[in-house]
Design a protein around this ligand. Structure first.
Ligand code: HEC
Length: 248
């Protein structure tokens, strides 16, 4: 019984998104999400439907919900974000069949609605900017945050082509380890580095929003609820002291 109680407490204390697994000790760049920044979310949504929705679905998000949350008119969504006969109230599914995804990439591209629960914004932001050319992989691309990822670098025309810079370090017992410490741009893309980073911030913001659209409201209500409980607990304690004064 006691054990179950501690398990319950632990469940509340464990953060909702766990940092990247995978054994890589790569340093992640920080990105501070903001769901209040509607311009950023709108740009992220535009990038998502244009570059990601061809392989990845976002099953649990409907076009009209996204339109309402992000302040995009339904007409704009219908004309610029839906490319087939889907309706505005339909979920953001993908026409790519699972078997085809497995056959082409070796693994079907996962649904991305809840990716923000699995990966935090720092991971997503760094991942999207860490693709590099690698002729030893099937797709010809690799990623320093997700080694041997089956996903090709779909935004390479925008970012350009990166080559990794390796550094070798020697530990206390003389063991040498080589790891990627940065990138060098070997071919320019259509965007400058700052523009590309900015676009990836917006895309990360949108991915994180999809995983929990009401996240900021939940945190705000949580703080108010704690404040409310603390206030009334204090009041109850004074009241109890008052009632029991004569008895004691
Ligand atoms: C050509 C198909 C294709 C496109 C387009 C594509 N992806 Fe992927 N993506 C994949 C595949 C395949 C995987 C699975 C990789 C693996 O597990 O090795 C993947 C994996 C991912 C992951 C990692 C999921 C995890 O397991 O943590 C993220 C995040 C992701 N994609 C984001 C995006 C975003 C954002 C876009 C749009 C810019 C995009 N992808 C476009 C094929 C694609």
């Amino acid at each position: 019984m006691k054990y179950r109680f501690f398990l319950l407490i632990a469940a509340f204390l464990v953060p909702a998104s766990v940092p990247a697994a995978g054994g890589s000790d790569i340093k992640l760049d920080h990105y501070e999400y903001s769901f209040r920044n509607k311009t950023s979310l709108q740009n992220g949504a535009r990038l998502f439907v244009n570059y990601c929705l061809s392989c990845h679905s976002a099953h649990f998000m409907r076009y009209n919900r996204m339109a309402e949350d992000l302040g995009i008119s339904e007409q704009v969504v219908r004309e610029n974000m839906i490319f087939d006969d889907r309706k505005i109230a339909d979920p953001m599914t993908v026409t790519l069949k699972r078997e085809d995804g497995e056959a082409w990439f070796g693994i079907a591209p996962p649904d991305l609605t809840l990716i923000g629960k699995l990966r935090d914004p720092d991971w997503l932001y760094t991942f999207l900017r860490s693709f590099y050319k690698d002729d030893s992989t099937v797709s010809g691309w690799n990623n320093s945050v997700f080694p041997n990822v089956a996903m090709p670098h779909v935004l390479w025309t925008r970012q350009g082509i990166q080559k990794p810079i390796y550094t070798t370090s020697v530990d206390d017992v003389g063991r040498e380890t080589t790891k990627i410490s940065g990138f060098e741009l070997v071919r320019e893309g259509t965007l400058t580095r700052e523009e590309f980073d900015h676009a990836m911030e917006d895309l990360t913001n949108f991915l994180y929003y999809m995983a929990e659209p009401k996240r900021e409201d939940r945190i705000r209500w949580g703080v108010w609820t704690m404040f409310f409980l603390f206030f009334f607990a204090t009041l109850a304690w004074f009241l109890k002291r008052e009632y029991w004064r004569d008895v004691d």
